[in-house]
Design a protein around this ligand. Sequence first.
Ligand SMILES: Nc1nc2c(c(=O)[nH]1)N[C@H]1C(S)=C(S)[C@@H](COP(=O)(O)O)O[C@H]1N2
Ligand SMILES: [Mo]
Length: 200
Amino acid sequence: MAFTRGFHGRRRSDVDPARLPPGQYETNAFPVLSAGPTPHTPLEEWSFAIGGALGEARSWTWEEFTALPSETVTADIHCVTKWSKLDTSWKGVPVDVLLAGTEPRGRFAVAWCDGGYTTNLPLEDLTGGKAWVAYQYGGEPLAPEHGGPARLLVPRLYFWKSAKWLRGLNLADQDEPGFWESYGYHNRGDPWKEQRYWSD
Ligand SMILES: Nc1nc2c(c(=O)[nH]1)N[C@H]1C(S)=C(S)[C@@H](COP(=O)(O)O)O[C@H]1N2
Ligand SMILES: [Mo]
């Protein structure tokens, strides 16, 4: 009995199709998708802030941030342009750690970034072990084009929610669409429900 490896000769051709959300294909590449130029904020000017509708605002310098408890995460990521990359490996601070003791008052958050990009998320998608602020990829410092020094990582949602060059989370009582959300992308963006655009 002969076995074939599939059209592209990829060793991953035997990947479980159940890991791919509807309409997605697998890639081994790591495409770069940025709506503008890559910012290069020096680490000594970098800080991370939790603010908005909460009991106690917080901020950390780079040194303080990278000393926080971190986790290594292996996750599949899914871009709305239909590529998925499986088993990506990251190191970052769980958002749960960042929010501990801040007493959020609302149910929503906006991630904001160097360069002006924003994306909105329900707090529920950021808490309970579902989101990290990642500063390493594949055991190396996160490359600038992929969001270094640090980016949001929310693998359960389409990858546009994983804001690159992240500088803070602003908590809010009311939901407010971010950059792509105001251009017609879905407000939540669950790849398993194929929530790509407003109308989905
Ligand atoms: N700050 C910022 N974050 C961003 C983007 C962006 O343009 N600016 N693009 C988003 C989109 S649409 C995707 S698919 C991913 C791409 O991440 P990558 O370039 O590391 O593959 O980043 C997301 N985060
Ligand atoms: Mo994207």
